[in-house]
Design a protein around this ligand. Structure first.
Ligand code: MN
Length: 499
């Protein structure tokens, strides 16, 4: 058995509050979803606007593998609009619950049934494939619902779809409901919303009961709490039910990231399959288990969905696990340096930060570089900065055993600190800063800041780095670490370059 996937990221997904895509953005997402392998792409609702039609036309003119579909209400204008975009099919939606008929449409059941049949015939006559869809079907009278579908199929609808528009199904009820509708003689689609967090479970139950197509969106975006998440449905089908789709699941993570970026709807870290923490392990028992055998704490491998595994170290880490991790990263450290790395990782943990492998590597490299015998040692640094003061720094250094106190001003706080340090060293060594480079490793304003500098003393040039959450401290430490290396290398008369 194989399940067909209708991706409605560009229609139901775009109805996410605050999301609006330009025609070009729609096209880029459609190209990605076509690569991903969706059988049907619901590209939008052609009646909406000229921009929407432009977006749909861009998509239909690409000759994609997927069937390109437009949403349409059961009115001829909507179908004409879809026809003007050259789509393959329409997702023709009629409300079927009395609630929607009375309060939204103010029409009788008979009137709606007539519209559904008329528009199905009209669309089919104009060469469109019709997927006839019942809105709020799960709160509709079952007998009326069956009649709408039966007469729609007789009028030429090739597929039918029952929408759980406000997410009221439970998995048990979904199984029963879709099971009953799957006997009507046309391929049946499940369309579930996530108001109770059950969209994926309800979709799976409906598919299990006999539906053969699922409507879903990337990242589960959509109105209110969203739609069934495509990545979750597809991976659950494959891994838990042994049911295939045409989706290339190793593209799920990159597709998710692209849709998040383009819609501006970012994911919670613990989102299943594609969240940033979906394959992250805090060091300790779990990380240990995963290192020995991934299946211990991972139901699927991250590679399977194009994601990556991360180990995160925080305040729970022990020295044993830390040493093991450093060993695995190929870093040999003695006991003193291990304890210094341990102290820094814990300190970051206490500040509420986590330490990834990349961070750990930077910290370890920093410690391995800094822990030489120091000619210059920092005792104090104080910065004053703001919009109505001249950035000023005062530093107290121990230079070759002597205490030196200096102050400096600069264009900004980092510059002021470096000026003050250079002044403190003036009488001791003539050191110039050749290059300064700063990078935020992990993104976000609380990221670790990586500072790399190049210093010159005479004809010697050396690089040094420091990694810290505070940009000023990172700059000061990188500078002092460079100075110490430069002076140490001078003493030993052999030039060394350390990252
Ligand atoms: Mn919907």
């Amino acid at each position: 058995m194989q399940v067909r996937v209708l991706d409605t990221t560009l229609r139901d997904g775009e109805q996410t509050p605050g999301v609006s895509l330009t025609p070009e953005e729609k096209l880029r997402i459609a190209l990605k979803i076509d690569d991903l392998g969706a059988d049907i792409i619901e590209a939008g609702s052609a009646i909406t606007s000229e921009g929407e039609r432009e977006g749909i036309r861009k998509i239909t003119s690409e000759g994609l593998n997927a069937e390109i579909c437009s949403f349409a209400r059961a009115v001829r204008d909507d179908i004409d609009a879809a026809l003007s975009c050259d789509v393959d099919s329409v997702h023709l939606v009629v409300p079927t619950s009395d609630l929607h008929l009375e309060h939204k449409l103010r029409k009788t059941r008979e009137e709606v049934l007539e519209q559904a049949v008329d528009c199905t015939e009209y669309a089919v006559d104009h060469g469109l494939l019709v997927e006839l869809s019942a809105e709020d079907s799960t709160r509709s009278d079952m007998e009326f619902l069956r009649r709408v579908f039966s007469e729609g199929i007789a009028a030429g609808a090739e597929r039918i779809c029952a929408c759980d528009t406000v997410g009221m199904l439970t998995p048990e009820r979904s199984y029963e409901f879709y099971g009953e509708l799957s006997e009507l003689g046309a391929p049946l689609s499940v369309h579930c919303h996530n108001d109770f967090g059950l969209a994926v479970a309800n979709s799976l139950a409906g598919l299990r009961a006999g539906a053969s197509e699922v409507h879903a969106t990337i990242n589960g975006i959509g109105e209110r709490a969203g739609n069934a998440a495509l990545e979750e449905v597809v991976v659950a089908l494959k891994s838990l039910y042994d049911v295939d789709t045409n989706i290339n699941i190793e593209m799920l993570y990159e597709t998710s990231r692209m849709v998040a970026r383009m819609t501006g709807v970012y994911l919670q870290p613990n989102k299943a399959i594609v969240g940033e923490n979906a394959f992250a392990h805090e060091s300790g028992i779990h990380a240990d288990g995963v290192l020995k055998k991934a299946e211990t704490y991972e139901p699927i491998t991250p590679e399977m969905v194009g994601h990556r595994r991360r180990f995160v170290m925080g305040k729970h880490i022990g020295t044993h696990a830390l040493r093991q991790r450093l060993d695995e990263l190929g870093m040999k450290v003695d006991e003193d340096k291990l304890m210094e790395i341990f102290r820094r990782v814990k300190a970051l943990g206490d500040m509420g930060k986590c330490v990834t492998d990349v961070d750990l590597q930077a910290i370890a490299e920093d410690v391995l570089g800094v822990m030489e015998d120091k000619v210059v040692d920092l005792e104090e640094v104080t910065i004053v900065s703001g919009n109505r003061v001249t950035p000023t720094a005062s530093v107290k250094l121990k230079v070759d055993g002597n205490e030196v106190l200096e102050a400096g001003i600069g264009v900004g706080p980092v510059d002021a600190a470096i000026v003050a340090i250079k002044k403190s060293l003036e009488d001791f060594a003539d050191i110039t800063l050749e290059e300064y480079h700063v990078d935020a490793i992990t993104g976000g304003t609380d990221a670790l800041i990586d500072v790399v500098i190049k210093l010159r003393h005479g004809d010697r040039i050396i690089s040094a780095r420091s990694t810290q959450p505070d940009i000023i401290m990172a700059s000061v430490e990188a500078f002092l670490s460079g100075v110490n290396r430069l002076l140490a290398s001078e003493a030993s008369e052999d030039q060394q370059v350390v990252r």
